[in-house]
Write a protein that binds this ligand. Structure first.
Ligand code: ATP
Length: 359
């Protein structure tokens, strides 16, 4: 018997629509395996939490998260938040508080989804908590500052600890996938001799623990070009925060856009399912948002936790959900308009649950 405690934080805008669909899909997958039990813990977050409880990220929510195995976080529309100290963007706090050092962002092409390269199947692991990210790479203060009105400085932070942790995540994934058994470390040590040099050094150190996996290193600008021309030459990619942010959106573009781009943030103790896309206020409330990336993020979390606990039934439930999701993508009546279909958010979720029942 494997037991999990999973938080559900809807987020903003389309988050209120796609997160419930993702939860239903995981529930349907797990229901086929009675030896897997999930306790779902709904928690308020974001603008709705600010309106209802006076804070977008309540202290008691932060406390509760420490008691969970992981949680689903819907997209957050913080750009539209009022300027109020109690209405903060929860992203940096969540990623840093729970030491979610690695952000795993797969880019996979699926039959039925029109895309630039139908053979794409790679994963980008991005260091999540340092680099140029000014809202989380300092103990106090921000690393994006203006010493004079006409000069701005952005400081990048690279540590051996976080680089090694992101690299280890990448090597573990390469081993688990059993594909090309290759990790590509993307860097710019031609210019950032110390920063990217340290990052690469950490990757090389970790590589010695994985003799079955090859480590290659590619300069970021060359990588951006090569990934467009032939994504099939890459398996698992590891890189620093900002490079990873940009490259994972480029990779999403290769496989059909943001609605197809899932993500999982992981650290030593916790994990957080979080799709790559934002809260898409332009389509919110119309039941047309593509729930795929959110469901896939939640599915990845189940798979990650089940692998960690050695729970074979949980891994099977995650694999079966993947099969059902892949099958639905070829059904134009089920998929949402961004995928050229005539379906709805809830309808696509229900179609996935029906497919699961037919497996
Ligand atoms: P952020 O900076 O918060 O990541 P963003 O500025 O990248 O957000 P998104 O909210 O991701 O913007 O939206 C970008 C475009 O992609 C919008 O036109 C939006 O409608 C579309 N989009 C994003 N997610 C989805 C989805 N799940 N289904 C359909 N369309 C989406």
């Amino acid at each position: 018997m494997a037991e999990y405690r999973i938080g559900v934080l809807d987020g903003d805008d389309i988050g209120l629509e796609i997160v419930p669909v993702a939860v239903e899909a995981v529930k349907a997958a797990v229901a086929r395996h009675p030896e897997v039990r999930i306790e779902w813990v709904p928690l308020p977050i974001g603008y709705r939490s600010f309106v209802e409880h006076g804070n977008s990220l309540l202290p008691q929510v932060l406390e509760t998260l420490y008691t969970l195995d992981g949680w689903i976080l819907g997209p957050i529309g913080h750009m539209a938040y009022p300027k109020d100290p109690n209405c903060v963007n929860p992203h940096p706090i969540l990623r840093r508080n729970y030491d979610l050092v690695s952000n795993i962002r797969p880019a996979k092409a699926y039959p039925g989804v029109s895309c630039i390269n139908p053979k794409t199947d790679l994963i980008i692991v991005r260091e999540n908590n340092e680099g140029f990210q000014p809202d989380r790479n300092m103990y106090k203060g921000t690393s994006d500052c203006m010493p004079t009105p006409d000069m701005a400085l952005s400081l990048r932070v690279i540590t051996r600890r976080n680089s090694s942790m992101a690299a280890r995540t990448a090597f573990e994934l390469a081993r688990q996938r059993g594909g090309m058994k290759k990790v590509t470390a993307v860097h710019k040590n031609t210019v950032f001799k110390l920063g990217c040099g340290l990052f690469l050094d950490a990757c090389r150190e970790v590589a010695t623990e994985y003799p079955d996996i090859t480590l290659e290193t590619v300069v970021v600008d060359t990588f951006a070009m090569k990934m467009l021309m032939d994504p099939t030459r890459f398996d698992v990619v590891v890189t620093t925060n900002m490079f990873g942010d940009i490259l994972s959106d480029e990779a999403a573009g290769l496989v059909g856009g943001l609605g197809m781009a899932p993500g999982l943030c992981v650290g030593p103790d916790y994990c957080m399912a979080q799709a790559t896309h934002g809260s898409a206020p332009d389509i919110a409330g119309r039941n047309i948002a593509n729930p795929f990336a959110m469901i896939e993020s939640a599915r990845m979390m189940l798979s990650w936790l089940a692998n960690k606990k050695g729970d074979a039934a949980g891994v099977r439930a995650a694999d079966e959900l993947a099969q059902a999701m892949t099958a639905v993508l070829t059904d134009k009546e089920a998929v949402t308009p961004d995928l050229g279909g005539s379906g709805t958010t809830t309808g696509m979720g229900q179609a996935i649950c029906r497919k699961l029942a037919q497996l």
